[in-house]
Design a protein around this ligand. Sequence first.
Ligand SMILES: *[C@@H]1O[C@H](CO)[C@@H](O)[C@H](O)[C@H]1NC(C)=O
Length: 186
Amino acid sequence: MKLSFALVLPLLLPLIRAQVPHWGPCPEPSVQAAFDLKQFMGRWYEIAKLPAQFEKGRCIESNFTLTTENSIRVVSSEILQGELRKIEGIGVTEDLKNPAKLGISYSYVLPYSPYWILATDYVNSALVYSCTEVLRLFHVDFAWILSRTRTLPDATIEDAKQIFTKNNIEVIRMVHTKQQGCDKTL
Ligand SMILES: *[C@@H]1O[C@H](CO)[C@@H](O)[C@H](O)[C@H]1NC(C)=O
């Protein structure tokens, strides 16, 4: 999808402000081989992410459901300032030859953003990466460590960070998402 720079820039500005842009095009990480979208469905908790946000929500989770063989619905939620907030998006496999490279859009006016599953065992953890280039001059990226439970062993988190790093993705600024006190009434 080609969109004019003038149209895309206002959408990117908030992202660029939240994140240090990196010079040059996006890295080309390897993704999960033979990715099975169906096994990826269900609930994932956000354990850590890049970049840090100014307004930090806690108890962030996403619930993925298959809508067709190659498209999904995603409902993400967080608790922010004592309120439960939900946002719904749609995702698609953009290229059937690359099933781990999804595109997700949270609004019909926004283009699909890359949502690449770099690695997952489907039952414990998943590493997700999203990178957007601006005129091939620089790129802004997002990375997430997801888990089927609200916590992951430190060793798993360390391994995850190493996988990102090996793929030329800088995760020094990755922050942990608070997953405590999530079951209390708001
Ligand atoms: C996820 O979404 C599906 C379909 O809307 C729903 O049936 C299911 O209960 C949800 N699961 C969680 C954990 O929210």
